[in-house]
Design a binder for this molecule. Structure first.
Ligand code: ADP
Ligand code: MG
Length: 256
């Protein structure tokens, strides 16, 4: 990509070094009747510029954890330290600005604007995110570059309805790349795709680590998770397995 993340990713975070540290993170939700523990004392590290999988069955707390990593939700206790800075320390406006510059989010159901072409969807992200430091005159080229990186450069003029599921998810990844964030966070990005397409999209996301991106990939698919550089496995809000994640197992370690 023309624009690199060199200015945003300090030299102190070379590939494989700890980029995001999650420490004793707990999230509870109080209802009138009871206190529900959704995440319980979760501790792990996401290495820079690798593909990191968060694996676990439905209801294990994966999406709740992601919302803490992006600062959309706040921990009940514990903390998230992102490139040496604690997220909680930022105010809401600063956090929203920070998110726009540092994190690209990818959803299971793509969430493309159906009335805009693939290219316009990426351009919209540039508009909303301030253009990733680029002048407006460079946005169109930037959008095309992003579409090409994820393998849909020829489909810029198509509407989402004129694309396959796999192609739509690629456009959604291009949109997440638009403002050149160092981290991509994908919540079940292949959960809506057939197995062959899921593996192809996984490979495309994994390849982005060669372009300085740290990719956090949430999935209930153990086969895909096993292909990640590093991973944790969640069960009922506990970390029950890990690889290369410097995690503390807080429950019976029945999976590795
Ligand atoms: P996953 O993404 O792994 O499927 P979630 O993080 O969405 O899991 O949810 C984990 C658990 O927390 C589930 O049991 C879910 O029902 C519960 N939960 C999530 N958000 C809330 C909420 N706002 N209020 C009550 N329970 C919630
Ligand atoms: Mg979820």
């Amino acid at each position: 990509m023309a624009q690199t993340t060199a200015s945003k990713q300090p030299a102190t975070f070379p590939q494989g070094s700890p980029l995001i540290r999650v420490e004793h993170l707990t999230r509870t939700i109080a209802t009138r009747a009871q206190q529900t523990i959704i995440l319980d004392d979760v501790t792990f590290t996401i290495p820079a510029q690798q593909l990191f999988a968060v694996n676990g069955p439905s209801g294990s707390g994966k999406s709740t954890l992601l919302n803490m990593l992006t600062g959309i939700d706040r921990p009940t206790s514990g903390r998230v330290v992102f490139a040496g800075q604690e997220l909680r320390a930022r105010g809401e406006n600063a956090l929203a600005r920070w998110r726009g510059q540092h994190v690209g989010i990818i959803f299971q159901f793509f969430q493309l604007v159906p009335t805009l072409t693939a290219r316009e969807n990426v351009l919209l992200a540039l508009e909303l995110g301030g253009g990733g430091g680029l002048p407006r005159s460079a946005w169109r080229k930037r959008a095309q570059d992003c579409l090409e990186v994820v393998g849909v450069g020829a489909f810029g003029n198509r509407l989402p309805s004129e694309l396959s599921g796999g192609q739509q998810q690629r456009v959604a990844v291009a949109r997440a790349l638009a403002n050149d964030p160092p981290v991509l966070i994908a919540d079940e990005p292949t959960g809506n795709l057939d197995s062959h397409t899921a593996h192809a999209v996984f490979d495309m996301l994994a390849a982005l680590t060669q372009r300085d991106k740290t990719v956090v990939y949430v999935t209930h698919d153990r086969e895909l998770a096993a292909r990640a550089d590093a991973r944790i496995e969640l069960l009922d809000g506990h970390v029950v397995g890990q690889r290369n994640a410097d995690a503390v197992l807080t429950h019976a370690a029945e999976v590795q």
